[in-house]
Design a protein around this ligand. Structure first.
Ligand code: FNR
Length: 184
């Protein structure tokens, strides 16, 4: 029985570096681990308690079910203004309001990519803070912060061109698998 991880992407743009990273996860995962993508955070309406009271949006219900059924969650996101993109925060806010709290006790890995030097490090620590209340079990190490993304990730070909980055991602997914109780 393979471990099943789901990925949540914080960027909406077609040429996204982070989207390339997210799409390569399944291939970079160790044996016995499958990674599939959750729906787009762009399909989720802005959080509104009144909307929630009328019945949860389909996009939120679907994402919650997929997270609940997964052995772990992998968040791949850019850093916006030293923090988490609003669309990703919005998705996490909805997930935090679901009655079955699908993220609770779930292993979570974080990856960020940025053309800048520090690879989205500040967004990672904001994300960790957000995940405290959702009670996710965030993997500490290895940290994956892909700086100078334009020299390591190629949106034209959809590949991660830097071998060290690929190995680091595999190492992180192995650590997440170990945390989730599999072989890794
Ligand atoms: C950015 N960018 C950025 N980069 C960074 O390293 N730290 C930051 O705080 C920010 N802030 C920021 C704010 C906003 C509103 C935008 C649009 C961009 C640059 C960002 O890393 C770059 O656009 C990436 O290419 C975005 O990731 P994707 O879409 O390529 O995955």
């Amino acid at each position: 029985q393979p471990l099943k991880f789901v990925s949540l992407l914080g960027s909406l743009r077609a040429g996204s570096f982070n989207a390339v990273v997210a799409r390569n996860l399944d291939q970079l995962a160790p044996a016995g681990v499958e990674v599939s993508a959750l729906g787009s955070v762009g399909d989720i309406p802005h959080y509104d308690a009144d909307l929630q009271a009328q019945g949860l949006p389909e996009s939120v219900v679907g994402m919650g079910k997929a997270v609940a059924a997964a052995d772990g969650v992998i968040i791949v996101t850019p850093e916006y203004n030293y923090s988490v993109p609003g669309a990703l925060k919005n998705a996490l806010d909805w997930l935090s309001r679901l009655p079955d709290t699908p993220v609770a006790a779930k292993p979570v890995a974080i990856l960020t990519a940025s053309p800048g030097a520090i690879g989205g490090a500040r967004a990672q620590y904001h994300l960790r803070q957000i995940l405290v209340f959702l009670d996710g079990r965030v993997l500490n190490k290895p940290e994956v912060m892909i700086g100078q993304a334009s020299s390591r990730v190629d949106p034209e070909t959809g590949s991660i061109t830097d071998a060290d980055t690929r190995s680091l991602i595999t190492a992180q997914l192995s650590a997440l698998a170990e945390m989730a109780g599999g072989q890794g």
